[in-house]
Write a protein that binds this ligand. Structure first.
Ligand SMILES: [Ca+2]
Ligand SMILES: [Ca+2]
Length: 307
């Protein structure tokens, strides 16, 4: 339970930091199947988006390339490449993205920069991971290789059925607490829209609200039953936060990565939980599937709550 609180504080902390200037991002067509991609990249001090959970959304999307037509003297200056690639010019001085040599990646400053790939291999940093993945492009091995989670590879126990059922209890409570924390600390800021603030206000001011803290699973289950309505919006809100590349009502593996990758080392049911969420097994999680795996009733699923 403690890890959830630490995670919450950590994410809330990120959300409170000063926003940095965003680059103008031009999305290029996705060249490989986005549904199986997980591509997080975590900075020691992540920049901040509007989402406390989805820190640095763009950083997680390796399919994004940023290209500026205003080519200066160095054609590579404004030619950005996706993760794992660097810009080089060919004979006609035309910039192109080529695979980065992993040995040119800066060394990790600490263990927290290590990442674990789905090949169960620890990579020094996400730069090393994506550079390696790039060199395998076009191969079956490369296609199957994804970033699994943040931190060095470690033994992750199997998730038992009863543990799987406990996962949404904690997750729901945590989402609610994230929103309340945002509301409390962010009254003048823009992390929540006015509509969202009004919805969270109702939860925040509800005297029956279960305060953040360590609670038994029994209490969490009881509270969900008793105060069900307080959980409906947080579950919708999180879906909207993740569904941004593109915001099409479908969560891909890549879009889920910002939530999933930091969580796996702490919660060993994470992978199984999100696999199960995709009830029809089409590799996308739609709002109905998402809501259902958090116990939200079908009649309460409402796309308007996401806005
Ligand atoms: Ca989407
Ligand atoms: Ca699905």
């Amino acid at each position: 339970m403690r890890v959830w609180i630490v995670f919450l504080l950590c994410l809330a902390g990120h959300a409170m930091a000063a926003p940095t200037e965003d680059e103008l991002i031009v999305e290029e067509p996705v060249t490989e199947e986005p549904v199986v991609e997980v591509s997080p990249d975590v900075h020691p001090e992540p920049e901040v988006g509007a989402n406390p959970v989805q820190v640095e959304v763009g950083e997680f999307d390796e399919a994004i390339e940023v290209i500026d037509d205003d080519v200066a003297e160095n054609p590579c200056l404004n030619h950005h490449c996706k993760k794992g690639k660097v810009c080089e010019v060919d004979e006609s001085n035309t910039p192109m993205c080529v695979c980065q040599d992993p040995s040119t990646c800066p060394a990790a400053e600490g263990e927290f920069e290590h990442v674990c790939g789905t090949d169960n291999k620890t990579y020094d940093t996400s730069c090393h991971f994506f550079a390696t993945k790039c060199t395998l492009e076009g191969t079956k091995k490369g296609h199957k290789l994804h970033l699994d989670y943040i931190g060095p590879c470690k033994f992750i126990e199997d998730c038992l059925d009863n543990e799987l059922n406990e996962f949404p209890l904690r997750m729901r409570d945590w989402l609610k607490n994230v929103l309340v924390t945002l509301y409390e600390r962010d009254q003048d800021n823009n992390l929540l829209t006015e509509k969202q603030k009004l919805r969270v206000k109702k939860i925040y001011e509800n005297e029956k609200r279960l305060q953040a803290g360590e609670h038994s699973l029994d209490l969490l289950a009881h509270d969900f039953e008793k105060n069900y309505n307080m959980y409906v919006f947080p579950v919708h809100w999180q879906f909207g936060q993740l569904d941004q590349h593109p915001a099409d009502g479908y969560l891909t593996h890549t879009e889920l990565a910002p939530l999933r990758a930091p969580l796996i080392p702490m919660e060993h049911c994470t992978t199984r939980f999100f696999e199960k969420c995709d009830a029809d097994n089409d590799k996308y999680i739609v709002l109905e599937e998402w809501a259902a795996c958090f116990g939200i009733k079908e009649q309460d699923v409402d796309k308007d709550l996401i806005i």
